[in-house]
Design a protein around this ligand. Structure first.
Ligand code: NAP
Length: 337
């Protein structure tokens, strides 16, 4: 017996910023699970910056979305029918087929989660992919050490809010964040305990960073690229380390964007710049959960979520995430459990 399901499809590839016309909502039939499959009723889905890259038709570390087909991405949902013994109807799973009401998924690509232990959104955010990105990018890629001065961009976002707090809790000398609004700056300082934060719209990033870190920085966790990366290179101390996690400032660019104009400083300062992908770090997940879940549970790591209601709001949730309208992790509640 199949179920009627609605899904969000890529209607057209965006040139520059995506718009409402980039998406189309369509109805489809989803069949019963065969052996090894699960039928899942999605409850919550994630909207993430990397999805913008998948809307372009170019080779990357993930395949492009196809025009006319449903988008996908992180989601949690309730199993309604199961083709495997190990996962039963009624259990909740984390999987990769969001952007739809019902998903037919291979059971071996699903992880059982317990919504009574942590709220659904945390499995997509602070204890999920973006939390692990923060953890691996800080401790493995940037080789964070106690006493480091750390700068993180998009600091009030899903990855950034975790980076800054992990650095503080692990002995950073100073943590500085940049974000896109006064509300986010207040969140970083008043709620998350950042030592300094600034709105990057308020003048030159290089000047704002120099004021916030007069003695320089040891680590830059880059979520933004562009002028933020140039400012961080300028502020770097000798042997500084840069984790290049994301460059959201160029994701919608239609022209080639300029490189940092001060790259030559990498030589004299002996700076290490390393790109990272969370997919290389899933072996760290048990350690990450063991360390970070208790910190989230007892409130030493705080996090915010911006939740849109209903599958119809998913395109706007994605666009709002790109624009920076929401604080913390951006999610869509597709249904209630
Ligand atoms: P997020 O920070 O929660 O959301 C994106 C934010 O980027 C927006 O809210 C906006 O906040 C900011 N932004 C947008 N345009 C900007 C611009 N031109 N300049 C400065 N900031 C801008 O997203 P996230 O999921 O935590 O991801 C953060 C970064 O990490 C992204 O670059 C993403 O691609 C990357 N990432 C990489 C990996 C990996 O494996 N390498 C994994 C996850 C995420 P403001 O209001 O502050 O502007």
């Amino acid at each position: 017996m199949s179920v009627r399901s609605r899904e969000v499809r890529l209607a057209a590839r965006p040139h520059g910023w995506p718009t409402a016309e980039t998406f189309a909502i369509a109805e489809t039939e989803v069949g019963d699970p065969g052996p090894g499959q699960l039928l899942v009723r999605n409850l919550m889905m994630s909207v993430d910056p990397y999805m913008r890259g998948r809307m372009d038709d170019r080779k990357s570390y993930m395949p492009p979305f196809q025009v006319g087909e449903a988008l996908d991405g992180g989601a949690v949902g309730e199993v309604v029918a199961s083709g495997v013994d190990e996962i039963k109807p009624g259990q909740t799973v984390l999987h990769g087929r969001g952007w739809r009401e019902y998903a037919l998924i291979p059971a071996n690509r699903a992880t059982v989660v317990d919504p009574s232990v942590a709220p659904l959104g945390t499995y997509l955010g602070v204890l999920g992919m973006t939390g692990l990105t923060a953890y691996a990018g800080l401790f493995v890629t940037a080789e964070f050490k106690p006493g480091d001065v750390v700068f993180v961009s998009s600091a009030a976002g899903s990855v950034g809010q975790v980076v800054g707090q992990l650095a503080k809790l692990n002995g950073a000398a100073r943590v500085i964040g940049s974000a896109g609004s006064a509300e986010k700056v207040a969140y970083l300082i008043d709620e998350l305990g950042f030592d300094a934060a600034f709105d990057y719209h308020d003048g030159s990033v290089r000047e704002r960073l120099a004021q916030a870190a007069p003695d320089g920085i040891d680590v830059y966790f880059d979520n933004v690229g562009g002028d933020h990366l140039e400012a961080a290179i300028a502020a770097m101390k000798l042997h500084g380390r840069i984790t290049v996690c994301g460059m959201i400032s160029v994701y919608n660019a239609t022209e080639a964007t300029p490189a940092p104009r001060n790259l030559a400083q990498i030589i004299g300062k002996r700076i290490t710049i390393r790109g990272m992908l969370v997919s290389d770090h899933y072996a760290l997940e048990p350690k990450f959960i063991a360390e970070v879940a208790p910190l989230v549970a007892d409130g030493r790591i705080k996090h915010r979520e911006t939740v849109f209601e209903g599958l119809d709001s998913a395109p706007e949730a994605f666009l709002a995430m790109l624009r920076g309208d929401g604080v913390g992790k951006n999610l869509v509640r597709i249904a209630t459990g």
